[in-house]
Design a protein around this ligand. Structure first.
Ligand SMILES: NC(=O)c1ccc[n+]([C@@H]2O[C@H](COP(=O)([O-])OP(=O)(O)OC[C@H]3O[C@@H](n4cnc5c(N)ncnc54)[C@H](O)[C@@H]3O)[C@@H](O)[C@H]2O)c1
Length: 345
């Protein structure tokens, strides 16, 4: 399968959150396809090093809540807006619920208002399949089974984003596409206090310290390589049939957290194994497995990356960037005492 970035050649595209884990990969793909890209990102959860330096890119370092920065970002009259800027994710929202609502709620409202004012470009929203289905929906998760009983403020505001898209789509004729991403992983996804399990496991394994299991290890997630997520987002930005729809973007395959820990320890050459930690109160999901039938049908989406290959690519990225990742305190995973570490090379 070829990534459809060539469909964007010469087109003007805005990526909010384009310095983030997924956004920076998306931006790179768009630039490779010859798009003219504007990124708006306040770097609150990322760094300038993530922003590509090659290609037709203008970087607006700013907050989507700042009207001047947002109007600057819309200055090139984008044909497509990928809205990825967000306060990420569950644990952060539990600790900072108002910030979560401000960025994920008021933030998307402002982006949608700006899109209407800028002539109604296509808006592709990075929603969250791990958020909107609650805990009781049958597996695999299909798009119609949304729940209103959610576990964290982040899950609430990711669903809120979809509701705002519905409103702006119906009321203003804004062409919106609601993607629901599942557990992205891969290069440019850093470790850190509020970051995802794969980079945090990789960081610990490369330091030779045990990987924390907050369940019994049989819990599953639908880990999806970021290249496949980007492919789906690009398709969502061009498919006419997708307008107004919501659709899962996932690998459509379950990986148990215990198996994940073993694979990461092997990839990093760590013999430290795992350690058991108390379950986080909000973390009630035993399984996550997405149906990707709709994305297959509507977008021609087909995830291409085998899990082990994606993990190997992630490990390579970690090793290439290890001097930065190993030493900067902002990349410390939760529960790590930096004074007790002996970094490995
Ligand atoms: N990573 C996943 O597994 C996953 C799963 C489901 C949905 N999503 C969604 O995909 C999107 C991207 O996720 P990610 O993993 O790349 O997250 P990320 O935190 O790496 O990227 C978000 C980016 O938004 C920026 N940002 C935050 N607040 C901002 C603001 N007020 N103004 C401008 N920029 C701001 C951050 O600096 C960061 O670069 C998010 O909307 C997230 O909710 C991600």
């Amino acid at each position: 399968m070829t990534t459809p970035s060539h469909a964007y050649a010469g087109r003007s595209v805005l990526v909010t959150g384009g310095a983030g884990a997924i956004g920076s990969n998306l931006t790179r793909a768009l630039l490779e396809g010859g798009a003219r890209v504007v990124v708006i990102d306040d770097l609150s959860a990322s760094s300038a090093a993530n922003v590509p330096t090659e290609g037709d890119l203008r970087f607006v370092r700013g907050d989507i809540l700042d009207p001047d920065a947002l109007s600057d970002a819309f200055g090139e009259s984008p044909e497509v807006v990928f809205h990825l800027a967000a306060s990420f994710a569950n644990q952060k929202s539990v600790e900072h619920p108002e910030e979560d609502l401000r960025i994920n709620g008021v933030g998307i409202l402002r982006v949608l208002e700006a899109a209407v004012a800028a002539g109604r470009p296509r808006v592709v929203y990075a929603g969250s399949g791990c958020s909107v289905y609650g805990n009781d929906a049958p597996m695999p998760l299909t798009e119609g089974t949304v729940s209103t009983k959610l576990d964290t403020p982040y899950q609430v505001t990711k669903l809120l984003g979809e509701l705002y898209l519905n409103y702006y789509g119906e009321h203003y004729g804004l062409p919106v596409v609601k993607t629901r991403l599942f557990n992205s992983y891969g290069p440019w996804d850093p470790p850190g206090r509020y970051r995802n399990v794969i980079p945090n496991f990789m960081w610990r394994a490369l330091h030779g310290i045990p990987l924390p299991l907050t369940g019994d290890g049989t819990e599953t997630r639908d880990f999806t390589f970021v290249g496949d997520i980007v492919d789906g987002l690009l398709r969502a930005g061009t498919s006419d049939r997708a307008v107004g729809m919501e659709m899962n973007l996932a690998a459509g395959r379950e990986i148990a957290i215990g198996d994940l820990a073993r694979k990461i320890n092997e990839a990093a050459g760590s013999r430290a194994g795992v350690e058991h930690r108390p379950r986080r109160a909000w973390d009630r999901k035993k399984r996550l497995l997405a149906s990707i039938d709709r994305a297959r049908d509507v977008l021609g989406y087909e995830p291409a990356c085998a899990f082990d290959d994606g993990l190997a690519a992630t490990a390579r990225w970690f090793r290439t960037h290890w001097s930065r990742l190993a030493t900067d305190p902002k990349f410390l995973p939760p529960g790590v005492d930096p004074t007790a570490l002996r970094p490995r090379t």
